[in-house]
Structure formats: structure tokens, C-alpha cells
Design a protein around this ligand. Structure first.
Ligand SMILES: [Fe+2]
Ligand SMILES: [Fe+2]
Length: 390
């Protein structure tokens, strides 16, 4: 989807047939790139047949829709039975990238208007994603993501994938959740790395081992995102910016309190930040990129199981793994990722470390739970001792 000033091009095959179209169709009647002149050739509400569109294709080089109707265009995709979900998701992904690009362009002054406009566009993309993913479990989302091509800029693909997993996980966790909550889960996933707009691209796109200095810079992104949202006083209909701020600020917190930037623990971390942390982790290890090979879903779950109670929320991970094609803990691994593994960074090699003692696979979850219980108890006794000392 290419965007000119206020119009974007649309593929002939993506236009609704035999149903009232919820947008106007335009052509560019000028041959001069500098003097584009858009003329409406078909009105909103009209019906188009397959034959009509074939005629259009013969007559016109390209069709366009006005930016103000992008939302209606995206939403109409879900109703188009002639398209499969991969085709629909490609268009939605292009649209989400268009808006993320508005946020991540280097040397941009971030005014409240730019942020609000881009975030509102992201919300529109999330609404369409929710429509397409209506009956998707996490495993189906993973297969869909595998069929999409990827962008040069890791953060775009990663943010869109995380958004899709957040939608699916939140629905599995709260099947009766109202639509606006699912939108917040998806939007939080899409914007969780917002703070990276303040980090040099060379560091963000570096799949190699980062220097300690660069890693310290990367670790600032939740704080940058937090400040951006706090200072911009954004307002978009249907978006609770306090929730988005917390997802952005808290998505690198670990369930056992060892994360950053605040060292929050357990349920003190916002529930959608905990959902995002699982989506973030899963995407980082299952998405095949030019940097590293993807893990199979079973292996990814087994690796994640090692982090239960440390990095990730045990209750949410149980729902997540049950939802992934009933593959709960069938995977076996003696590899784990360190607690400071950063899923938001591209990795040329996943930084696995060997596990000291092998655990019987059936007892894996019980052991993780028991370990987690110990950590909690120790923490509590430490706190008590501290209080006593004080
Ligand atoms: Fe991330
Ligand atoms: Fe991040």
C-alpha cells in the first residue's frame, strides 16, 4: 500500500464485491507526479461486481482511497470472503507499518498531534486485526505470522506479531472480555517498544552481541516510552493512555522482581504488561528471521517453561501453553535463556545457557512452581528480616 499525500493505493482484488463499499474510490488523473489530481470514480455505498472491477482494471492503472476512509477500508477487508486471512493480514500489517513508520521516523519532532494521529491509526489497524483473528488460537496466529513476509526494521514485524499474540492470549484468558479491552491488549502489544523511537537505529537493528554500553542504552526504552506518553498528553477516542503507558513502561519487568526499570514484582506489574511479556518472549524465539533460526513451538514452550515464575507469570503461561494447540509441556529441553534475555532485540544466535540439573519433564511445571514458591517465601522472609532490622 503506497501512500501519496492524502490518498493511498489499493489493490483491485482487495475491494469488496456485491456489498455496499464503505469508502469512495479515486483515480489519479494527472500524469505528473508533482501535480497529482485525484478524481472520484465510484461513490461510497455503491455495489461493485466482479465484472465491474475487471473493467476498472482495464481502464485504470491504480485505484486510491482517501486517508480519512482508511479505517472503513481496513474494516471491510474482514468481510471480503474472496480473500484468505494471509492476504487480509498483509494489508493490515502494511497499514500498521505505515502508522508505526510515522512514529519511528528518525529526526522527527514528536508533537502531541503526530503521536495522537499515529496512535489512532495503530488503533484502527488493531481493530481490523481483531476482526481477522476472531477464531484464532495462538498456534493459528503463529502459523499466520510464519506466512507473512518481514520488514527490514525488526521492531515493525516484532511489534505487529506481539500485538497479534496479545489479542489471542487476552481472549484465551478472558473469553468474555469486552471489545475495548481486547483493543487495549492489541494496541499495548503494538506500541510496547514505543520508547525505541529515541534509541539509535544502529543499536536497535544490531543482531550481534551488544556491548554493555549499548545494552544500557537499550534498557532505557521503557523509560523513554513512559516519558513520551506522559509528556504528550495524547487523547484518542477509545484509548486509555494510562494503560498504554503502563504496558510500555512495565513490559521488561520480570515476575520475580528482577526486571527493569522499576523491579516490580508479580501482580504489581500491570496485567497487560504481563501478557505482553509472554507474547514478546514467544515471538522472539519462534519467528524465523534472517538473524536466527526459529524454535519449534514445542521447544519454545519448553524454553519458556524454564522462565515461569522468574520472567513470566505462571498463571498466564499456563493459559498460553494450553491454548497453543494443547502442547502443554510436551516439549523437553535442557536449554534455557538467561533472565536478562531481551526479546525486543534481534539476536543472531539465541543466547542459550545449559541447565545445571535435568528435570523430569512431567515434573517440570511442578518444579517451576515450587521454585517460584521458594523465591516468594525467601523474598517475604527477607522483607520481614529487613523490617525487623529497621
Ligand atoms: Fe518487544
Ligand atoms: Fe522492549
Amino acid at each position: 500500500m503506497q501512500t501519496t499525500q492524502n490518498f493511498f493505493s489499493v489493490g483491485f482484488e482487495l475491494i469488496l464485491r456485491d456489498l455496499p463499499i464503505p469508502y469512495d474510490l479515486y483515480i489519479n488523473s494527472s500524469a505528473l507526479a508533482q501535480r497529482e489530481k485525484f478524481v472520484r470514480i465510484f461513490p461510497l455505498g455503491g455495489l461493485l461486481s466482479n465484472e465491474d472491477l475487471k473493467e476498472f482494471k482495464k481502464k485504470y492503472h491504480q485505484l486510491y482511497v482517501h486517508e480519512s476512509q482508511r479505517d472503513s477500508y481496513l474494516r471491510s477487508l474482514a468481510k471480503n470472503d474472496l480473500l484468505d486471512d494471509v492476504e487480509k493480514t498483509k494489508v493490515i500489517k502494511d497499514s500498521a507499518i505505515h502508522y508505526l513508520n510515522g512514529l519511528f521516523s528518525p529526526d522527527k519532532e514528536y508533537t502531541t498531534e503526530i503521536l495522537a494521529e499515529s496512535i489512532d491509526g495503530c488503533r484502527e489497524s488493531v481493530e481490523s486485526m481483531i476482526d481477522v483473528l476472531e477464531d484464532y488460537d495462538i498456534s493459528k496466529v503463529q502459523k499466520l505470522i510464519a506466512d507473512l513476509s518481514f520488514h527490514d526494521f525488526y521492531t515493525y514485524d516484532h511489534s505487529i506479531n506481539v500485538s497479534m499474540y496479545c489479542i489471542s492470549l487476552y481472549k484465551a484468558w478472558k473469553p468474555k472480555a469486552p471489545r475495548n479491552e481486547i483493543v487495549m491488549a492489541g494496541l499495548g502489544g503494538l506500541l510496547h517498544d514505543l520508547g525505541k523511537i529515541k534509541i539509535p537505529t544502529a543499536i536497535i537493528n544490531n543482531p550481534g552481541k551488544l556491548s554493555d554500553e549499548d545494552f544500557l542504552v537499550i534498557k532505557k526504552h521503557p523509560g523513554y516510552g513512559n516519558s513520551l506518553i506522559q509528556e504528550s498528553h495524547c487523547a484518542c477516542e477509545g484509548v486509555d493512555f494510562e494503560v498504554i503507558r503502563r504496558i510500555v513502561y512495565e513490559h521488561h519487568e520480570n515476575f520475580n522482581g528482577t526486571g527493569y526499570p522499576q523491579g516490580l514484582e508479580g501482580v504489581d506489574i500491570h496485567e497487560l504488561a504481563r501478557v505482553t511479556a509472554i507474547a514478546d518472549f514467544f515471538d522472539a524465539i519462534t519467528t524465523k528471521r534472517s538473524y536466527h533460526e526459529a524454535l519449534k513451538v514445542e521447544d519454545a514452550l519448553a524454553v519458556m517453561a524454564r522462565s515461569v515464575g522468574k520472567k513470566i507469570d505462571p498463571e498466564l503461561f499456563e493459559i498460553f501453553s494450553e491454548n497453543v494447540n494443547k502442547l502443554k509441556f510436551l516439549g523437553k529441553t535442557n536449554r534455557e535463556l538467561p533472565v536478562d534475555f531481551d526479546p525486543c532485540q534481534p539476536h543472531d544466535v539465541l543466547p542459550f545457557q545449559a541447565v545445571k540439573a535435568e528435570v523430569k519433564r512431567n515434573d517440570l511445571f511442578a518444579k517451576e512452581q515450587a521454585d517460584f514458591g521458594k523465591v516468594k517465601t525467601q523474598d517475604k522472609s527477607k522483607k520481614k528480616n529487613k523490617k525487623k532490622a529497621a
